[in-house]
Each structure stands twice: as structure tokens, then as C-alpha cells.
Design a protein around this ligand. Structure first.
Ligand code: CA
Length: 467
């Protein structure tokens, strides 16, 4: 069960992979996220499923082909866990693994294999073919991603953005009843580190009733989000209940929903985001499993008095009690000038996923509630993660905005009035410039447990292809 804390979360657990015991690492033995490494071979590129441990990747297929037989023959000397079957997990990529195996066992087995004292792999003659240093491999975009949907689950983000455009009526009447979302574009979901070409498109007219123009986006932005990867799908026509939704989740990653605000403003009525969002979405390669997140669960967002309770099909007692996840999320930025002058990136914001109005279970349940069939590898973006404070705002659209709906009484709402962010070079930013690199980071900390992290999700803005 994804909520349960067991011996794999024991903070005292250490690995014989020494880099995993570094207190600073995102990838101790308590984490063990899945990822796919890119393998360039004769006949093309393929991916191989791996588990990240410290500064190494455990290659699952190599483990299966080299070690499984040994494991069985060597049963007395190195007892295998009772639930272990013939292979670590079957399949040639994560998609096959999800379809054929029980991905929930993967982390458990890896925890057993990699913990201090287990010599099976540590002393194996082919260890170096199974455990590969990260500097020798490329962590790719998870190839399992099929469809992509993006939600809008932070009430703080929705209120901020709504206030800019509809000061008297920031939240539309549906917001507190349904987790609002739209179907995105999976083909342009890219791995962290992939350069992001500034999109061109129709930009909103300067004045109401004016003529739009076509050209490079002038108001390019990022959105700090969490991506949830579906593990087990549902049949067409058979919804997923909130109570069972977590059983359908593989894990979560960092997600940057790059956004062209001047295109978005013009095109979003009446059918929602389109080209303003579909040019690129970056994801971190590591899928932190729901099991690894068990110690960091928290109650669902406490709705303020007067807000409606979710309708029965989106309400579950356990989800209300433990449906939140306390993941700290940060945005960092470095400009080209900063990098040239050897400056470190600066942090723009810091927030927590626990501030989201809707839980991941509610989003997944809502998505499938009409009968939509979710597939293994479907990616669900949470929507921009913003909290109640200015420093919690997960996009430049909000960070550089002058209006503050949380002051009391609310300030006048100047719409597009903006205060730029000052960079250490003296440069200013209201939105992203070419050469800017945006770095998302995420981690979980709780007293009595080992800190786990998500790695990074990076992207540098390149000049537009069409001017
Ligand atoms: Ca978004």
C-alpha cells in the first residue's frame, strides 16, 4: 500500500554504495527512483530501465540477465526475499514492466539488494555491468509517457492568475467542484537538459479589439509543477474510485510547463491552452515512487470555511487524511551573463506540494470518472504549485506581479503592472530571456526519516527559430 511505512524507510538503513550514504544526496537507499537510460546501439536508440542509487544506476535488465540464475542457485547463501520471483521484474522497458510485473516490488527488491551487508551484487564479478556510474550514462525522458494532461490544482495559483484577468471574479464557479485540467501534448515532453526554443505564435493585440501579430513570444514563462506517472491503467468505461486511485500511480517527477503568456492570453478562450503550452514540457528523469513518499504524506488541503466539500465521488476519508504530500519545490534561475561570470543560480521561489487544493487521487479519479481509460505511463501535471505567500509563487507571471490578493484588505489589482526581479549581474527579468536557465528542484524532509530528493529539471531558453 502506498501509504504504508515499512523497513525500507528506516532512516538507519545504509547502502554498500557509499555515495548513497552522503547526507546531501537526493538518492539514498530509502528513495530508489526508477528512470530510463538512453542506450545508443546499432539499429537505433533504445532505453533501459534503471534504479538510481547514490551516484550510480542499477540497470534492471543487466541484473535480470546476469544475476537471476545466480540468485536461485545461491539461495542458501543469499536468501532471496520471499516474494521474489524469477526475475527482478520482467520486460525490456518500464512500459513492459508496468504491463507485466508488479512495479511495487521493484523498490523493495532493490532495497534488499543494495543494503549494507548484502554481498550478492557487491561482490559479483560482473557488478560493473549492472551498477553503472551516472557520469557514464544519459538519464532520458521516461519513454513510457504516452498521453499528457495538465491540471490547475493550486487554488493560490488559480486565484493569482484569475485576479489578473478577472479582478472581481478570480475563481470561476467550477473551480472548487472539479479539478480543472486540459489535455496536453505528449510528443513535446522532453528530458531535463533539453534546450527550449522560444516559440513563435500569434500574440495578443496590445489593445482590446486590436490586431494580433505573429512573432517570437515576448512573455515566456515557466510553471513549477509535479508530474504524476500512471502505473496501472483502467479499462475504457470503468472509472477509478478515489479510494483505489493510489494503486494506479507509479510515482512523481518534477515538471516544467513552459508557457507563452502572450500567446496564451489570446488563444485560451473558449477552449483553453493550445500552442502557448505545446512547444515544450520538461520533466526530471527520476520517477520517485509512491512507496518512497510514504513517510511524507500529510492531510489533504484544509478547505477554508464556506468552501464546498468535494462531491462524494471525489471524497474518501483516507485521502482526506493522507492524500497530501509534503514535497518542497524550488525554482532557480541563471542567466547567460551569470554563468559567464561564474555566478551560481539564484532561487526565485520555494513552496510545498501540500498547498494544493486537490489531491493526486482526486485528479486521477476525476480524469477517469467519465470512463476515460488511463494507460500505464500517462503523465498528469499538477498545475503550477503556488502557496499563500509571494515567495511561494511558482511562475514569473505571479512572482513579478504587483497585485496581491492576499493582503487585507485586497489591494487594487493593476492587471499587468509588474516589478522585475533583479539578478546579481544587474539584469532584470519580468519574463524569461534567451540564455536563461530554469532549474526546478524538489525534496522531502521529515524528522525521523531520511531526506529524499527528485534531482533536477533543467532547461535553457534558445532564440526563436522564426522571427
Ligand atoms: Ca500548467
Amino acid at each position: 500500500m502506498p501509504y504504508e511505512i515499512d523497513e525500507t524507510h528506516d532512516p538507519k538503513l545504509e547502502s554498500w554504495v557509499e555515495s548513497a550514504n552522503d547526507p546531501e544526496t537526493d538518492f539514498p537507499i530509502q528513495n530508489l527512483p526508477l528512470f530510463e537510460r538512453r542506450v545508443d546501439a546499432v539499429g537505433g536508440t533504445f532505453s533501459s530501465p534503471c534504479i538510481r542509487i547514490g551516484n550510480f544506476a542499477l540497470d534492471i535488465m543487466s541484473y535480470n540477465s546476469i544475476l537471476c540464475d545466480d540468485t536461485r542457485e545461491d539461495e542458501n547463501e543469499h536468501p532471496i526475499p520471499p516474494e521474489d520471483e524469477e526475475e527482478f521484474v520482467s520486460g525490456f522497458n518500464v512500459h513492459d514492466m508496468l504491463a507485466n510485473g508488479d512495479p511495487r516490488q521493484i523498490r523493495k527488491k532493490a532495497s534488499w539488494l543494495l543494503r549494507r551487508g548484502n554481498k550478492l551484487l557487491q561482490e559479483h564479478e560482473f557488478r560493473d555491468e549492472i551498477l553503472i556510474p551516472m557520469e557514464k550514462i544519459i538519464a532520458d525522458r521516461p519513454r513510457i509517457i504516452g498521453d499528457y494532461t495538465d491540471f490547475y490544482a493550486s487554488v493560490h495559483h488559480a486565484t493569482n492568475v484569475g485576479t489578473m484577468f478577472r479582478p472581481d471574479n478570480p475563481l470561476l464557479p467550477n473551480y472548487k467542484w472539479i479539478p480543472v485540467g486540459y489535455h496536453g501534448r505528449a510528443s513535446s515532453v522532453v528530458a531535463s537538459g533539453t534546450p527550449i526554443v522560444r516559440p513563435s505564435g500569434q500574440l495578443s493585440p496590445a489593445e482590446e479589439g486590436g490586431t494580433p501579430s505573429f512573432g517570437p513570444c515576448k512573455l515566456l514563462d515557466y510553471e513549477l509543477e509535479l508530474g504524476m506517472v500512471v502505473g496501472r491503467g483502467n479499462e475504457l468505461g470503468k472509472p477509478i474510485s478515489v479510494a483505489e486511485a493510489e494503486e494506479h500511480m507509479l510515482g512523481v517527477c518534477l515538471l516544467n510547463d513552459w508557457s507563452a503568456r502572450d500567446m496564451q492570453k489570446w488563444e485560451y478562450v473558449p477552449l483553453g491552452p493550445f500552442l502557448a503550452k505545446n512547444f515544450a514540457t520538461s520533466v526530471s528523469p527520476y520517477i520517485v515512487t509512491m512507496e518512497a513518499l510514504a513517510p511524507f504524506r500529510c492531510p489533504a488541503y484544509r478547505r477554508p470555511e464556506g468552501d464546498p466539500s468535494p462531491l462524494p465521488h471525489l471524497f474518501d476519508e483516507r485521502d482526506q487524511k493522507l492524500g497530501g504530500i509534503d514535497i518542497t519545490l524550488e525554482v532557480h534561475l541563471s542567466s547567460q551573463q551569470m554563468r559567464e561570470q561564474g555566478m551560481k543560480p539564484i532561487r526565485l521561489s520555494k513552496g510545498s506540494f501540500k498547498d494544493m487544493y486537490w489531491t493526486l487521487s482526486q485528479m486521477l479519479t476525476h480524469h477517469a470518472s467519465g470512463g476515460c481509460n488511463m494507460q500505464p505511463g500517462d503523465l498528469l501535471g499538477s498545475g503550477t504549485v503556488s502557496g499563500p505567500l509571494r515567495e511561494n509563487r511558482g511562475s514569473l507571471l505571479e512572482l513579478t506581479w504587483d497585485g496581491d490578493p492576499f493582503s487585507n484588505p485586497p489591494k487594487p489589482l493593476p492587471g499587468t503592472q509588474r516589478t522585475p526581479i533583479k539578478l546579481p549581474t544587474g539584469e532584470e527579468r519580468k519574463f524569461l530571456a534567451d540564455g536563461d536557465e530554469v532549474i526546478l528542484k524538489g525534496y522531502c524532509e521529515r524528522e525521523g526519516f531520511r531526506r529524499i530528493g527528485f534531482g533536477e529539471c533543467r532547461g535553457i531558453i534558445e532564440p526563436a527559430a522564426v522571427s
